[in-house]
Write a protein that binds this ligand. Structure first.
Ligand code: MGD
Ligand code: MGD
Ligand code: MO
Length: 809
């Protein structure tokens, strides 16, 4: 291991805030209501200067945009006055020490100090989902939770207990719920993520693992193909991949050709003025097939690489059992196998809406490039056909042998050179799992869910539906899940799920469905340590300290609350192992640092506050060793090679139950439109509707912060020509609807979206009268998204939608 380069600043921004030893003193709720009266308290000191009597506390933005930017809270009278997002004295020798949080991090004070913060434990008094609550004591809350949990175990067993995704809390002790439920008797587990379910599930069949390529390689590339990857939208924080990877490389290597393939002219393109090739959403695999057609017919493939490193691109590398059946990718492309259609550029032009000549040119550009970098991220795979589409894109560098060399990528994933910092864990005695996207189905009809039809893992079928549901630091019941109206109907039926616990900072959409609702102290307010999520070649750590002396109102840390629930269940010691949250943080950190000499000691970390590390040896191209010698360094696939044809996938395709013909599992990455594709468009629903991650929010987080909403309004993007035909004007509120629901939302009339498609940024706060017209005036795209999962991963197809749009009134 290398020793750290001198990137540790010892200028001590955290002096006076060495919180490591400061116990959280219980301050109670004295007179603080007055202080929290409104969110604009600190405007007077907004200017970038240290006020008198202020102390500066190191913290970070604990959201899931994965940058997790360091922040410096200026605290006076035990209250955040303003937030400094840049270091005053950064070291010009070490550019990574210059931070700059985005509007979200800078405005987190408005969330922490939000008058609508949850402050007391509450129990539901109205109908479930109505949002009516009554304050109760912590004792009552904890006893009720323990009683319900015992009742659930006694009557249904651990498969009836479940906690959904909560991506809102990043800290090593950030998710104590899993540990708690592991100690109390176990819970139905989940596999996959909402972020990358499809590509994570399918990549191991083809590539052994989902190997990420560092964007630092772009500095040595001559062709950068961004496929559904917009770092300026989704990685723009100062410790993130945009700064350390894409933008940096773009600056040092302006000569490379940068091309973006995206249904939208996204913010990365807007920032760089790179070339935009608009594509019809969900059709990337058709584009790849046509590029393959050009490469095959013009003899531009790297045949030697394909012969030595892959299985099943050609007939002569097909696995023995499948030879002579025209099942290779080559035969698919040339119209000899599968659908017997030749995948010419003209064929793909009709599907993708990319002109035939541009497809041919793209194939030539790819073949001529010395070091093409294909940057694929997760937008392509968060779709009904996401497994096949994402694998098709990863074929681009393979076909021209651009793997493992400087400047290249695997085309699978971009990112992360990070420190490995585990989270508070535990063991789950229940081994049954569902896909992360299947929980609503498992509430509705869990007893009918099986391994072959629904992707249940660890058992042939579920023994029960979910009866005890927990949401902690997430908003995934309705807002971030799909088909919100159906999710609502499932959740409000108390005969299905019998108890719902939500642990939050705000009355978000999920909180409305709680039977017991608990108020958390936000991570940004507490002590906690975290690493960055997705970076380029710079890994970082931040050591956060409490911004105030103790508990506000009756908010409590989730760790302490879980310990109390554990006690009520008779397992406190198993849960805590005798440690406080702080002691857990330190022991987890120490364990990681003992294995990684690059990491500072815990004490040193708290002294500097934030720490970053750039590999002094530069980057290593992904799969370099495999590319150089595939026999000595095989992949983790059965053949050790890239399985363009996967026998294992073929077996799954033969055995799994997929009654809906739109759901396709295939052994090669062929093009299939998938459910909710443009092929299903009708006169009434003529548009495809795609989503994207918005710069102003992290999912639904920050969806309540007024200044940000004003800076970045929630809008449906519609192409200028489509809008003209419908008489829709920029800025007017329109109705977007489909079979699942209706939203009212402002129109952004723009040439920045491909004609025939709409785009709505995901994550806006749902706002519907569920006993009335159910029209969502918040413009949440999940009101319009389907719960029908993708075929292999059973993942969230949330970017695949069709819709209609009309003027209101
Ligand atoms: N249509 C559509 N839907 C999507 C996506 C999409 O692309 N399109 N993307 C999907 C993806 S990739 C993801 S990861 C999911 C994310 O979905 P979620 O995990 O639900 O993410 P958020 O909406 O940010 O919700 C995080 C919650 O955590 C809360 N929170 C923040 N800090 C704290 C804290 O300290 N303590 C507690 N208790 N709570 C806290 C916030 O108030 C917020 O309500 O959404 C998915 N949904
Ligand atoms: N600002 C901000 N940053 C975030 C988040 C956030 O909510 N807000 N969320 C974070 C999380 S948890 C995640 S998982 C990541 C997600 O990061 P991504 O999955 O990369 O984000 P998306 O916006 O879903 O997709 C990226 C781009 O793909 C395009 N795209 C969509 N469909 C297609 C398609 O069919 N073909 C092609 N070629 N392009 C397509 C979109 O228009 C978008 O510009 O972002 C993280 N960063
Ligand atoms: Mo995500």
């Amino acid at each position: 291991m290398d020793t750290p380069k001198a990137t540790v600043s010892r200028r001590g921004f955290v002096k006076g805030a060495t919180a490591t030893t400061a116990a959280l003193a219980a301050a109670g709720s004295v007179a603080l209501d007055d202080l929290f009266g409104h969110a604009e308290i600190a405007n007077a000191t907004e200017a970038n200067q240290e006020g008198e009597g202020e102390k500066v506390v190191q913290g970070y933005c604990s959201c899931n945009c994965a940058s997790r930017c360091p922040l410096w809270f200026h605290v006076k009278d035990d209250e955040i006055q303003w937030i400094q997002s840049e270091k005053k004295e950064w070291d010009p020798e070490v550019p990574e020490s210059k931070f700059r949080a985005c509007l979200r991090g800078r405005s987190v004070r408005r969330w922490i100090n939000d008058p609508d913060r949850l402050s007391y434990p509450m129990k539901r008094v109205g109908k479930r989902g109505e949002g009516k609550f009554e304050r109760i004591s912590w004792d009552e809350a904890i006893q009720t939770i323990a009683d319900k949990l015992k009742y659930t175990y006694d009557n249904y067993g651990p498969e009836a207990v479940y906690w959904t995704l909560g991506s809102g809390v990043y800290a090593v002790t950030g998710r104590p719920i899993g540990r708690l439920l592991g100690c109390t008797g176990g819970y139905l587990g989940y596999y996959g993520t909402y972020s990358a379910a499809q590509i994570t599930k399918v990549a191991p069949f083809v590539w052994g693992t989902k190997t990420a390529s560092t964007p630092a390689a772009i500095q040595d590339s001559d062709l950068v193909l961004c496929m559904g990857w917009s770092p300026s939208d989704s990685m723009m924080g100062s410790t993130g991949m945009s700064k350390h990877g894409y933008n940096w490389a773009h600056e040092v290597n302006p000569e490379a050709k940068y091309i973006h393939i995206d249904p939208r002219y996204n913010d990365t393109i807007a920032n760089t003025d790179d070339e935009w090739i608009p594509i019809r959403p969900g059709t990337d695999a058709a584009l790849v097939a046509a590029i393959a057609h050009v490469l095959i017919t013009e003899g531009l493939l790297d045949q030697e690489f394909l012969d030595t490193h892959t299985v099943g691109f050609d007939e002569h590398t097909m696995p023995e059992a499948y030879q002579g059946k025209n099942m290779s990718y080559h035969d698919y492309v040339m119209g000899l196998g599968y659908d017997k259609v030749e995948k010419t550029p003209a064929w793909a032009a009709e599907i993708t809406l990319i002109p035939e000549e541009r497809i041919v040119k793209l194939a030539h550009e790819l073949a001529e490039a010395k070091a093409p970098f294909v940057g694929q991220y997760y937008g392509i795979q968060r779709r009904s056909n996401g497994e096949l589409s994402s694998m098709a894109v990863s074929l681009l560098p393979v076909m021209v042998g651009a793997i493992g060399k400087p400047g290249t990528s695997t085309g699978l994933d971009v990112g992360a050179y990070s420190f490995s910092l585990p989270w508070i864990g535990g063991t789950n005695p229940c081994k049954t799992q569902i896909s992360i996207f299947s929980w609503a189905d498992a509430i509705d009809h869990g007893e009918r869910m099986t391994a072959l039809a629904d992707g249940v893992v660890g058992a042939d079928k579920l023994s029960t539906g979910i009866k005890f549901l927990v949401e902690y630091g997430g908003n995934c019941f309705t807002n971030q899940h799909s088909q919100s109206n159906l999710a609502h109907d499932i959740l409000v039926d108390e005969s299905k799920c019998e108890f719902i616990l939500v642990f939050e900072t705000l009355m978000n959409d999920a909180a409305k469905y709680a039977d017991i609702l608990l108020p958390d102290i936000m991570r940004a307010e507490q002590m906690s340590v975290i690493n960055d999520g997705w970076s380029g070649d710079v890994a970082s750590l931040t050591f956060g300290s409490p911004v105030h002396t103790g508990e506000r109102f009756e908010r409590r840390t989730s760790y302490d609350v879980c310990a109390d629930i554990a006690e009520a269940m008779g397992v406190r010691d198993e849960f805590t192992e005798g440690k406080t949250q702080e002691e857990w943080t330190k022991s987890i950190y120490d364990g990681a640092a003992a294995k990684d000499p690059r990491m500072p000691s815990y004490e040193e970390g708290y002294e500097v506050g934030e720490f970053h590390y750039r590999n002094p040896d530069g980057y290593t191209p992904a799969l370099k060793a495999f590319a150089e010698d595939p026999v000595a360094n095989p992949l983790k696939t059965p053949s050790g090679k890239i399985e363009v044809f996967s026998e294992k996938l073929q077996k799954i395709a033969e055995t799994w139950e997929l009654p809906d013909p739109r759901d396709v599992i295939a052994p090669i990455p062929l093009y299939t439109p998938g459910a909710e594709s443009y092929e299903e468009c009708t006169d009434e629903l003529p548009f495809t509707l795609t989503g994207f991650h918005y710069k102003s929010r992290t999912h639904s987080s920050w969806g309540n912060v007024e200044v940000i909403k004003q800076a970045c309004p929630q809008e449906v993007w519609i192409n200028t020509e489509d809008a003209a035909e419908l008489g829709i004007e920029n800025g007017e509120t329109v109705s977007v609807f489909n079979n699942y629901g209706e939203v009212h939302i402002q129109a952004k009339v723009t040439p920045r979206i491909i004609p025939g498609s709409l785009a709505i940024p995901q994550g806006a706060w749902r706002d519907a009268d569920m006993d009335g017209d159910r029209i969502d005036k918040g413009g949440c795209i999940n009101t319009l998204a389907t719960m029908h999962p993708s075929p292999l991963a059973k993942g969230n197809p949330q970017h695949s939608n069709i819709a209609g749009v009309r003027k209101i009134g």
